[in-house]
Design a binder for this molecule. Structure first.
Ligand code: CP
Length: 311
């Protein structure tokens, strides 16, 4: 693997899941692979899980890790040919090459604007690192994708599935702020690679990019969609068609114990209690959210391992 920018960079999702599960059993088996290699993690946005699990994964492989909060360094310029006499101090062309002097792999977190769809879909921060860095790039959540989270979610479903072809439902849930589509997009993409009975439920107007959802069934009746589900994955996202807008905060879409039944509850976290999901679901044995958080390490570890093997 050269870069890990989205799910398509995994040659085979199922074998990657199986390898991650093996790494979970023997996390230090490859502890010499990353010796004398450095991961630089750049965060343009906040993180708890991605930051800690990716560092832990790199250290399990013997790597050194440097973390930089990108907003605490020089303001970067991403446009070509700009006269830099305003707010930006350093061009990405130099910055990405300079960081590459200290890194064998660069991992980047850069959220969307949720204002300019074309700019967000161009993935201008992530792709500028790909264009100008001289080392592999790992996506730690970009404008449109969160492939480390999606791989984690697939590992968790594989570990917990009660039958060969489980029913998995992705449900929109309310949130007071406008949130990105990245987690939902990557979850939808990876579910299309697995043998699952997969559907999406959300209020009208919250359709994701049809290029991502393709022919996946969409049900506007949440209770009906979630009936007999083995896994309910809750996530909020803002409108895609009315780009970045909160068009509904319908509290009746909160995930409750009554609606989710015996399904395993999944969420990438952080989750607002009693807004996205009620306490009774998160505090129940059927909640898989902590297992998901643990699996973040092994999703990152299998990705870093495969990149290191190609260096
Ligand atoms: N799920 C996830 O990416 O968590 P953080 O935003 O805390 O990294």
């Amino acid at each position: 693997m050269k870069h890990y920018l989205n799910i398509d960079d995994l040659e085979d999702v199922n074998s990657t899941i199986q390898e991650a599960i093996k790494l979970k059993r023997h996390p230090y088996k490859n502890s010499k692979l990353g010796r004398n290699k450095t991961l630089v993690m750049l965060f343009f946005n906040s993180s708890l899980r991605t930051r800690l699990s990716t560092e832990k994964a790199a250290k399990n492989l013997g790597m050194q890790v440097i973390t930089l909060n990108a907003n605490e360094t020089w303001n970067l310029e991403f446009e070509n040919g700009t006269i830099m006499n305003a707010g930006t101090s350093e061009h990405i062309k130099e910055a990405a090459q300079v960081i590459s002097q200290y890194a064998d792999i660069i991992a980047v977190r850069a959220f969307p604007t949720l204002k300019d769809k074309m700019e967000d879909e161009s993935e201008f921060i992530l792709n500028n690192f790909v264009a100008h860095a001289t080392v592999p790039i790992v996506n730690m959540e970009s404008s449109t994708a969160h492939p480390l989270q999606a791989l984690t979610d697939a590992i968790t479903i594989e570990e917990l599935k009660p039958k060969a072809r489980p029913k998995v439902v992705l449900s929109w849930a309310p949130h007071p702020k406008a949130l990105p589509h990245a987690v939902a997009n990557s979850f939808v993409e990876i579910m299309q690679e697995l043998d699952v009975d997969f559907s999406i439920t959300h209020p009208k107007g919250y359709e994701l990019d049809p290029k991502t959802t393709k022919d996946i069934p969409i049900n506007y009746n949440q209770e009906e969609a979630m009936k007999d589900a083995d896994f309910v994955y809750a996530k909020n996202w803002s409108s895609y068609s009315d780009y970045g807008k909160v068009i509904s905060q319908d509290t009746s879409w909160m995930i409750t114990k009554e609606k989710s039944g015996n399904a395993k509850f999944m969420h990438c976290l952080p989750a607002r209690r009693n807004v996205i999901v009620e306490d009774a679901v998160l505090d129940n044995d059927n909640s898989a959210v902590i297992k998901q958080a643990n699996n973040r390490t092994f999703a990152a570890q299998v990705v870093l391992k495969r990149i290191l093997e190609k260096l």
